[in-house]
Design a protein around this ligand. Structure first.
Ligand code: GNR
Ligand code: NI
Length: 178
């Protein structure tokens, strides 16, 4: 188990597109486990592999209040989208900013779980929003892309001035100590 570094907008690596997972094997399950640990540690309700610099179609989510209901979506595909709804969104890759985004109100998504089994999830409310937000990450898209260019530019400028606590200079992940 390990905590992974979360990339921050405007890091260009957040724009990379994830490729489908070929085989859901032990390596993939290790990534899922590290992503869940990272998501819970960061107090997020979801995390996409793109945010931790892994370009594979892997998402973890837990929208439960007890934080005891993890969901893993591998190679997700939206089957149906219905309605539309505005909700205030935040993002672990855009820390400190919360803005309204309009998305589909109800969705059905098909994906593999952490054991490689096919699952179909019907979602509404926060889970529907979160799944759409995470699937955007896998395509290199961020919630700030739905805002006006002026708002997006303001957020970009402010985050560029904010030093990240997880910058490469104080990253000890390459040390040999265990
Ligand atoms: O923790 C998160 N909260 C959130 C709130 C509203 C809409 C979407 C989200 S996802 C976000 C975690 C994150 O950045 N996932 O990519
Ligand atoms: Ni996000």
């Amino acid at each position: 188990m390990a905590l992974l570094d979360i990339l921050h907008f405007p890091d260009p690596r957040l724009r990379l597109k994830a490729v489908p997972v070929v085989t859901v094997d032990a390596d993939v399950r290790a990534i899922v486990s590290d992503m869940l640990e990272t998501m819970y540690d960061a107090l997020g309700i979801g995390l996409a592999a793109t945010q931790v610099n892994i370009q594979q179609q892997i998402i973890v989510i837990d929208v439960s209040s007890e934080k005891d209901a993890p969901i893993c979506l591998i190679n997700p595909v939206i089957r149906t989208l219905e309605g539309s709804e505005e909700m205030q969104e935040g993002c672990l890759s855009v820390p400190g900013y919360f803005e309204n985004v309009t998305r589909a109100e109800r969705i059905v998504v098909e994906a593999l779980d952490e054991n490689g089994a096919k699952q179909e999830i019907a979602a509404d409310e926060l889970l529907a929003v979160c799944i759409q937000h995470e699937m955007d990450h896998l395509e290199g898209k961020l919630f700030v892309d739905y805002l006006s260019p002026l708002k997006r530019q303001r957020i970009k400028k402010k985050l560029e001035k904010t030093p990240s606590s997880k910058s490469p200079s104080n990253d000890d992940s390459h040390s040999s100590a265990s």
